[in-house]
Design a binder for this molecule. Structure first.
Ligand SMILES: NC(=O)c1ccc[n+]([C@@H]2O[C@H](COP(=O)([O-])OP(=O)(O)OC[C@H]3O[C@@H](n4cnc5c(N)ncnc54)[C@H](O)[C@@H]3O)[C@@H](O)[C@H]2O)c1
Length: 325
């Protein structure tokens, strides 16, 4: 039998805190060599892009493949979303697909979760920090939720080019987290933040890196092509740079590729993979004044670990529909 889980089913069982725990373990496995993570496979049919993202976590006993498509004309032509994702979870002992689940909400939570783990390990340890969030889409919401799991926040400040979206974000997230969430008029207002998240659709830098305060931690999760970036050269130069994967950063992340091309930093500026911080192979933050930065490209190990968590929670709670295929 195969369990089918809708987006609503996934939403009903997936909590950020639990996701952070399994994602942290997945990155430790990557660092320790017990994860299998092939590069994602792209196929380009005429109307869009299809990505196949498989991974296997030996210790976590999790095997899965996420299928994501980006078809720009879907809304106009088919009244369907641009991005659609589903995860096929397999039993690593038999290979059989035991669950097919919606991957949209799962992707957002797992992306938040890795920033939460990075924040837990790299941000200053003190209480009552201020979060600064760029962007107000689903990813930005998950970033703030995860940061709030990692550190006690006194408030959050949010900036988006779309003011209406920022107002709604502020109302929703303030109610969800029980902290003040203030809408900023410009990016500079976020420069008082201790923890900054860049989660926008921008392809050019969204704030002035020379204005970031000493001791801040930054999570950069948007922009995934060598020519696009949310973070400017100055903030890369000033930061201790940690990535989800060196290989992904130097093939996909303009945030680091562009400053290296410009000659502002060399490739050795890449300090560590997140997994090497988790496993203690590299020290995390070393003082209260350095700026730490985590660049996330999104790895299939996050999807696989989260899909297994969702499946186990759903089985425990008797959620979803079992079908014979
Ligand atoms: N790292 C990962 O694993 C991962 C996973 C999924 C999505 N993403 C990326 O996260 C980003 C956000 O995704 P989303 O689904 O929330 O997108 P979205 O389109 O729903 O929201 C993006 C928001 O960014 C705002 N924006 C654009 N330029 C801005 C600027 N200069 N300053 C402030 N706000 C600006 C837009 O107005 C919009 O509200 C995208 O780049 C997406 O590709 C990353």
């Amino acid at each position: 039998m195969t369990l089918i889980l809708s987006r609503k089913d996934v939403m009903s069982v997936l909590e950020m805190k639990d996701c952070m725990t399994v994602v942290e373990k997945a990155f430790a496995e990557l660092s320790n060599g017990t994860a299998v993570l092939p590069l994602r496979i792209p196929i380009t049919p005429p109307n869009g892009l299809a990505l196949y993202m498989p991974a296997y976590l030996k210790e976590s006993k999790a095997l899965a493949c996420k299928v994501v498509t980006v078809f720009k004309n879907n809304p106009a032509n088919y009244n369907m979303p641009v991005t659609i994702g589903k995860v096929l979870l397999q039993d690593p002992d038999t290979g059989d697909v035991i669950c097919i689940m919606d991957g949209g909400y799962l992707t957002a939570v797992r992306t938040g979760a890795v920033s939460g783990v990075a924040t837990k390990l790299l941000a200053r340890p003190d209480e009552n920090q201020i979060a600064g969030i760029f962007g107000t889409g689903v990813q930005a919401r998950m970033q703030l939720w995860a940061v709030a799991e990692a550190r006690k926040l006194s408030k959050a400040i949010v900036f988006d080019l779309n003011k209406e979206s920022a107002d709604k974000f502020a109302a929703d997230m303030s109610a969800k987290l029980g902290i003040p969430v203030i809408v900023a008029e410009n990016p500079d207002e976020l420069m008082v933040a201790d923890i900054i998240c860049a989660a926008t659709s921008a392809s050019t830098p969204i704030f002035d890196g020379s204005k970031v305060k000493a001791g801040a931690h930054i999570n950069g999760i948007g922009s995934h092509t060598p020519n696009a970036r949310e973070l400017d050269t100055e903030i890369i130069r000033r930061s201790k740079f940690v990535g989800d994967s060196r290989e992904a950063c130097f093939s996909e992340a303009g945030d680091i590729i562009i400053p290296v091309k410009e000659g502002a930093v060399s490739e050795s500026h890449y300090y560590a993979d997140l997994g090497d911080i988790i496993t203690g192979k590299k020290p995390a933050r070393e003082n209260n004044t350095e700026i730490t930065l985590f660049k996330s490209n999104g790895l299939a190990i996050q999807d696989v670990a989260t899909a297994k968590l969702v499946y186990e929670m759903a089985v425990q709670k008797g959620i979803g529909v079992q079908v014979e295929i």
